[in-house]
Design a protein around this ligand. Structure first.
Ligand code: PLP
Length: 382
């Protein structure tokens, strides 16, 4: 059964080149990288090569990369580390539209005595630098702002925030899980202290991530145990996946400009077709500063979940802006924060593309969405 997979912000296909690079490290080279003999040393060398590939993609030094189990662990580690580094400071600034890996950790910190400012966004999902500046307090320990939003693709002004925070002693973390590999990123130009990334969003396997930690930043590990990762993240290394992440980063570095142009062209085709075919369609999010692969569209007066299910029957995979829980569909925190009108908030779809999507897939998917929305509108009471 062939699927048309348009949900690449949820996860991505493992690239064939990545699978090939991983294969020996799942097979004959199964040594423990901490072992003293050469059978283990060769695994350690492969891990170090992957570290330099990850570093190169984001303009970091190899020593500044720590491998983790996923984007969530990188985010949790970054927040815990920043708070441990500033034990007397009890204020955190983040945004209302962060992924739960940051948002829920900040909520948890409130129960540990921290005050958290959740910055709002405007109707285009943008952050105001003035709001951020106004939120800074003498005891602000950490600013954590995502690089790009997973639901809308809106890209935040990370460089400007880095400039604002320079020399303040406030630790600046960005969750770049959705941005790395999709747009060029150079940590040295951004003045960020920590940056999270995740393998499965850029054609590496699930269960591998990395955290960039600026050289010289005080570091406090979240996972305690053995001496792996230079004592910064305990646990025997997931060598094959680390090699896969390295290969995926190398591929992304060589493809990022060409791929971004290709994806933006496909994404624009989707938007133009649906807007032309379906009056009452609204693009959610800033059209200027956003990821090239993501579109979030609302179709007024209908239910996104119904569109998703009808697309699923045609093996077309997308996601909605609602989280279905206990039978009721609750609009997403992100779309609510953007004040998407009540007539549109339940009818949103997120389509997110990858290098493996083709024009013919886009044509089939837009045709299917058009026909489904028309059918649902015909039976809608509104
Ligand atoms: N941050 C963002 C922005 C994400 O989109 C995701 C996953 O969707 C994560 C963090 C969590 O990454 P992982 O699934 O690797 O834990």
């Amino acid at each position: 059964m062939e699927f048309i997979y348009l949900d690449n912000n949820a996860t991505t296909m493992v690239a064939p080149e990545v699978k090939e690079a991983m294969s020996p490290w799942l097979d004959v080279n199964y040594g423990n990288p901490s072992s003293a003999y050469s059978f283990g040393n060769r695994v350690l060398s492969a891990i170090e090569q992957a570290r330099s590939q990850v570093a190169s993609l984001i303009g970091a030094k190899s020593e500044e990369i720590i491998f983790t189990s996923c984007g969530t662990e990188s985010d949790n580690t970054a927040i815990a580390c920043a708070l441990n580094a500033n034990p007397l400071k009890k204020h955190i600034i983040t945004t209302i539209v962060e992924h739960p890996a940051v948002y829920k950790y900040c909520v948890l910190m409130e129960s540990h005595g921290y005050r958290v400012s959740y910055l709002p966004v405007d109707t285009s999902g943008r952050l105001s630098m003035q709001d951020l500046e106004n939120a800074l307090l003498p005891d602000t320990a950490l600013v954590s702002v995502m690089y790009a939003n997973n639901e809308t693709g809106v890209v935040f002004p990370i460089k400007e925030i880095g400039e604002l925070l320079k020399g303040t002693g406030i630790i600046f973390h960005t969750d770049a899980v959705q941005a790395v590999g999709k747009i060029p990123i150079n940590v040295k130009e951004l003045n960020v202290d920590m940056l999270s990334l995740s393998g499965h969003k850029l054609h590496a396997p699930k269960g591998i991530g990395a955290l960039y930690v600026r050289e010289g930043l005080p570091y406090y590990p979240l996972i305690i145990g053995g001496h792996q990762e230079n004592g910064r993240r305990a646990g025997t290394e997931n060598a094959a996946s680390i090699v896969g992440l390295g290969k995926a980063c190398q591929l992304a570095e060589s493809l990022v400009f060409k791929e971004a142009a290709y994806l933006a062209q496909l994404r624009n085709k989707i938007e133009n077709t649906l807007i032309n075919n379906l009056p009452g369609s609204i693009i959610n999010g800033d059209k200027e500063n956003r990821l090239p692969n993501t579109t979030n569209i609302s179709f007024e007066f209908i239910d996104g979940e119904a569109i998703l299910m009808m697309l699923d029957m045609q093996n077309i995979c997308v996601s909605t802006g609602s989280a279905c829980s206990s039978g009721s569909s609750e609009p997403s925190r992100v779309l609510r924060a953007m004040s998407v009108p009540p007539t549109a908030i339940h009818g949103s779809l997120r389509l997110s593309l990858s290098r493996y999507n083709t024009t013919s897939e886009i044509d089939k998917a837009t045709e299917a969405v058009t026909s489904i929305v028309r059918k649902l509108r015909a039976i809608s009471p509104f």
